[in-house]
Design a binder for this molecule. Structure first.
Ligand SMILES: C[S@@+](CC[C@H](N)C(=O)[O-])C[C@H]1O[C@@H](n2cnc3c(N)ncnc32)[C@H](O)[C@@H]1O
Length: 433
C-alpha cells in the first residue's frame, strides 16, 4: 500500500518529481525511463541500477544539507567517516555552487558529534540531523525483511558502509543521545531519522527514562515509512515543529497478557521473567535481556526452529512409541522364556523376526509408521534449521502494573509472522504452572 496519503505536509514530494523534465535535463536518466500507454513517464523502481541513476539526478550524497541549503538557505555543516562518500558529497556541493552554505568535515574518530567540539567548545548550532546506517550486519539487513512479505517494490541502493554500523541504528542513536547530553548547550534540537519502528520505541523509552523532552513523527513516502525523533535539553516547545496529521493512522494496540501467580513462588517480576526464560530455554529459543529497569524487563528473543507447535502430538507419539517398545520387549522376553523352557533354541534378533506373531507385525507397522511421522517432523525441523532464517523475532516486555504482572509482545520479524509469535505466547500460557 502506498504511504503517500500519510505524507508529511511539508514533504517536497507532495508534488511528485517531474520525470519528463529530468529526462530532458539528464541524458543518463532518459535512458532508464519508460513511457506507459497513458503517456506517463516512469522508471522501474525494482531495478537498483535505475534507482542509482535516479538518486544521482536528485543528489544522493549530502542530500539533506543540499536540500536545506537550496530550500531554506540554511548554513549546513556535514560530517562523514567514509572518505569516498565525502568526496562525492563535496563534488555535489560544488556542482550546485553551494560551497558557501555547506561545509563538510571528515570524521576520523569513533564519535558522532563529540569531535566537532574538540577544537572549539563554543560553537552553537540550531539543530543537528542524523541519517544513521540502519543495520548492524549484512545478515540483519537481509533478515530485516520477512520472506512472508512480498518482495520489495524498490531495490537496495545503499552501499554496505552507508547501511551498516556496529550495533545497528539503535546503538548509533543511543551513542548520539549520550553525546548530546554533553553538548546540550551547543545544539538546540537534536534529530535523527529512524529506519525501524522497534528502535524508535526503544529510543523513546531511553529519552523518557532520562526525562529528556522529545517528540517523534512518521515520514511516509511511496511504499516506505521512516520515523523521525527529536529531543532537546532547552525549554523549547518541540510540538510546534510537528503539525498534527490530517489523517491519523490506526494505532496498533500491543497484545498484553496477564501472567498469573505461580504456585510456591512470590508474585514478582523476577519470578515471572525467570519462568518466561525457563520456558524459552525449554523451547531452545535464544534470548537476551535487553532492558532491566524499575518495573520492566525486556527480552529480545529469536526463534530459528519451530519447537512449540504440535507439542501435544509429539508427546502423545513419544508415549505411544515407548509403550509399543515396552510391549515388544515383553513379548520377546516371553518368547525367550518359552523357548528356554522348551529347550529348543536361543533367540537372537534375526531369528525373532521369523517368529513374529500377527500382533507383533501390527505393532511393528505402527512403530514404522510412527518413525516415519517423527522423521517427517525432524526433517521439517532440519529443513528449517538449514534455512538459517529467523522464524520469529520478538520483544517480550514483562512489567508490573497495579500489582499485576503482565506480558506485552511486539513482533519484529520472521518467516512465521505474528501467528508464530501468538503460538509461542500460547505455549507460555499453557506451561505457566
Ligand atoms: C544512511 S547513510 C547517509 C548518507 C548521507 N549522509 C546522506 O544523508 O545522504 C549513513 C552514513 O553515515 C556515515 N557514518 C557512519 N558513522 C559515522 C560517524 N560516526 N560520523 C559521521 N558519519 C558516519 C556512513 O559512512 C554513511 O555514509
Amino acid at each position: 500500500m502506498a504511504m503517500n496519503r500519510f505524507m508529511h505536509p511539508r514533504n517536497i514530494y507532495k508534488t511528485p518529481p517531474d520525470f519528463i523534465q529530468l529526462a530532458k535535463d539528464f541524458s543518463e536518466f532518459s535512458k532508464i525511463t519508460k513511457t506507459d500507454v497513458t503517456g506517463k513517464v516512469t522508471i522501474d523502481f525494482k531495478d537498483p541500477q535505475s534507482l542509482r541513476v535516479l538518486t544521482k539526478c536528485t543528489g544522493a550524497c549530502a542530500i539533506y544539507p543540499l536540500l536545506a541549503a537550496v530550500k531554506n538557505q540554511w548554513l549546513m555543516y556535514g560530517t562523514e567517516t567514509d572518505a569516498n562518500s565525502l568526496k562525492v558529497a563535496q563534488e555535489n556541493i560544488q556542482k550546485n555552487n553551494l560551497q558557501d552554505l555547506i561545509k563538510l568535515k571528515i570524521n576520523t574518530t569513533s564519535s558522532i558529534i563529540d569531535y566537532l567540539f574538540t577544537e572549539n567548545e563554543t560553537v552553537y548550532y540550531d539543530f543537528c540531523m542524523c541519517n544513521p546506517p540502519f543495520y548492524s550486519t549484512m545478515m540483519e539487513l537481509w533478515e530485516s525483511r520477512s520472506p512472508a512479505r512480498p518482495p520489495p517494490k524498490n531495490g537496495f541502493t545503499g552501499s554496505p558502509q552507508e547501511l551498516i554500523t556496529e550495533g545497528g541504528e539503535l546503538e548509533f542513536c543511543r551513542k548520539l543521545i549520550a553525546e548530546s547530553k554533553k553538548y546540550c548547550y551547543n545544539i538546540l534540537i537534536f534529530t535523527s531519522m529512524i529506519g525501524h519502528k522497534f528502535n524508535l520505541a526503544q529510543l523513546i523509552d531511553d529519552l523518557k527514562s532520562d526525562n529528556i523532552n522529545y517528540t517523534h513523527t512518521e515520514f511516509c513516502q511511496g511504499r516506505v515509512t521512516r520515523w523521525g525523533l527529536a529531543w532537546t535539553f532547552h525549554d523549547y516547545d518541540l510540538l510546534q515543529l510537528l503539525p498534527p496529521r490530517d489523517k491519523p493512522r490506526k494505532k496498533i494496540q500491543p497484545l498484553v497478557f496477564l501472567l498469573p501467580e505461580l504456585p510456591n513462588c512470590t508474585y514478582d517480576l523476577a519470578s515471572a521473567s525467570n519462568k518466561v526464560k525457563t520456558i524459552l530455554d525449554r523451547l531452545g529459543i535464544a534470548y537476551e535481556v535487553v532492558e532491566k529497569r524499575g518495573n520492566t524487563i525486556k527480552i529480545d528473543m529469536v526463534a530459528k526452529v519451530n519447537t512449540w507447535s504440535n507439542q501435544r502430538r509429539k508427546r502423545r507419539q513419544e508415549k505411544r512409541m515407548q509403550e509399543e517398545t515396552d510391549v515388544k520387549k515383553m513379548k520377546s522376553n516371553n518368547l525367550e522364556l518359552n523357548d528356554m523352557k522348551n529347550g529348543s533354541f536361543e533367540i537372537t534378533e534375526n531369528t525373532s523376526s521369523h517368529v513374529q506373531s500377527n500382533a507383533e507385525l501390527v505393532v511393528n507397522k505402527v512403530i514404522e509408521k510412527n518413525n516415519e511421522d517423527s522423521n517427517a517432523v525432524r526433517s521439517t525441523e532440519s529443513e528449517q534449521e538449514g534455512l538459517l532464517g529467523i522464524q520469529v523475532r520478538a520483544v517480550l516486555k514483562i512489567f508490573k502494573k497495579d500489582n499485576e504482572i503482565l506480558l506485552e509482545t511486539e513482533f519484529i520479524n520472521g518467516t512465521l509472522g505474528k501467528e508464530g509469535l501468538h503460538q509461542i505466547v500460547q505455549f507460555i500460557k499453557n506451561n505457566w504452572k
